[in-house]
Design a protein around this ligand. Structure first.
Ligand SMILES: *Cc1c(COP(=O)(O)O)cnc(C)c1O
Length: 385
């Protein structure tokens, strides 16, 4: 939540920048760890949501593992001090180079997304005389009821192995000399607030683990992925996701045997609320039907609205406590019509030079920044500095 002290501290800073509330991040990580510890669940942080170095340090210090979706992320996790035994590597298109790097680092597991990938990892591991631990990413055909661009667990999605291919997977695993079968992996989508989705996922996980165990293949790890959503509309009322309710669903509906570990891969729920993109109003434009506030930040700094019509709460923090008087279209400077953060946003009377906060920008914000239009590198301000 912004107060006058924080805003005063922003006055002489060059905009735009990402502001990180590291104290909120720590409280969020602790809330997550406390809720997970109750059931001895293991939590990995999905680096793709945010790989800012200060954020990663904080996450690592809280004891979480790392969930990576590229060789670059595996490297970043290792270099940030994450224990390789807590690093997992997912993704539909792992290159040979990325697989080799991960093998060299002896990461905990590859989450494998196709039969051909199994064969390639086996070959590359054999060439290095290593055994690669693999979990099979299964597409559970569970509808996450979220935006179609962030739904990943349906038959029509590119992710994971479909249930009708499981027999071939089991056969391939049995024939692979350099693979060790660790367990099964799922990830159905993102920004999921309907707990019934996770309930349905549990039912699928139970079916799938039974399938493998019936075939004499013990499932040691049940990795149920991430996807827990956050409150984009009321970041100050709900700054911390409901980890208790989330983990309880899995504790209640997942069948966990004594030899099994349950793993989670949370991204958004851990980091979304701890950051805001702070920008300055460059110009006000008054049209016939519209009032525009043109910011010095655009889709190059925060792409989610342009990419999937995502909502971010917009606040004029130079006018804290003042009543909303008018509706503005809040837009960026980039030469694309989709470079719009919000239409008809009610704000206090806004003028050139005002500071605007785009809230809940800590997940899939900074990491998606681009240099399109030759924009400069993104800047940061941390609450602890
Ligand atoms: C993106 C991703 C996650 C994290 O998703 P959130 O919605 O940010 O929690 C977890 N696992 C995999 C495999 C992913 O691709």
């Amino acid at each position: 939540m912004f107060n006058q002290d924080i805003v005063n501290n922003f006055q002489n800073k060059e905009t735009p920048f990402y502001y990180y509330d590291l104290e909120l991040l720590k409280r969020t990580l602790k809330a997550c760890a406390d809720a997970a510890d109750k059931y001895r669940f293991h939590v990995h942080f999905a680096l793709k949501a945010n790989f800012n170095s200060r954020v990663l340090q904080t996450v690592k210090d809280a004891g979480l593992g790392a969930d990576c979706v590229s060789g670059g992320e595996v490297k970043k996790a290792i270099e940030s001090g994450f224990n390789a035994q807590q690093v997992v590597f997912a993704g539909v298109g792992k290159s040979d180079r990325e697989i080799n790097y991960a093998l060299d680092q002896d990461i905990f597991a590859f989450n494998v997304e196709s039969i051909q990938e199994l064969e390639v990892i086996n070959e590359l591991a054999r060439a290095k005389n290593k055994i690669a631990r693999v979990a099979i990413r299964i597409n559970p055909n569970v509808d996450a009821h979220t935006h179609h661009y962030i739904t990943t667990g349906l038959d029509e999605n590119k992710f994971g192995i479909n249930s009708w291919d499981l027999q071939s997977v089991a056969d391939a695993l049995k024939q692979s000399t350099n693979l060790s079968f660790l367990g099964i992996h799922f990830h159905v989508g993102s920004q999921i607030l309907d707990m019934n989705v996770f309930k349905s996922l549990c039912v699928k996980v139970n079916e799938m683990q039974a399938w493998f165990e019936e075939r004499g293949m013990p499932v040691k790890v049940l990795n149920v992925g991430g996807g827990l959503g956050v409150d984009y509309h009321q970041p100050d009322t709900n700054p911390i996701a409901d980890f208790e309710a989330y983990f309880k669903i899995f504790a209640d509906f997942l069948t966990v045997k004594p030899h099994q570990e349950v793993h989670f891969e949370l991204g958004r729920a851990l980091v979304a609320q701890c950051s805001s993109l702070i920008s300055r109003v460059l110009y006000m434009k008054h049209g016939i039907k519209k009032n525009f506030a043109v910011l010095d930040a655009g889709m190059t700094e925060l792409m989610r609205p342009a990419l999937y019509q995502a909502y971010h709460k917009i606040e004029n923090i130079s006018k804290l406590g003042q009543p909303e008087t008018m509706a503005y279209d809040v837009v960026g400077p980039i030469c694309e019509s989709s470079d719009c953060f919000g239409k008809d946003v009610n704000l206090p009377t806004t003028q050139r030079g005002d500071l605007i906060a785009l809230r809940t920008a800590g997940a899939y914000g900074e990491v998606m920044a681009s240099a399109y239009n030759l924009r400069p590198d993104i800047k940061h301000v941390y609450s602890e500095d």
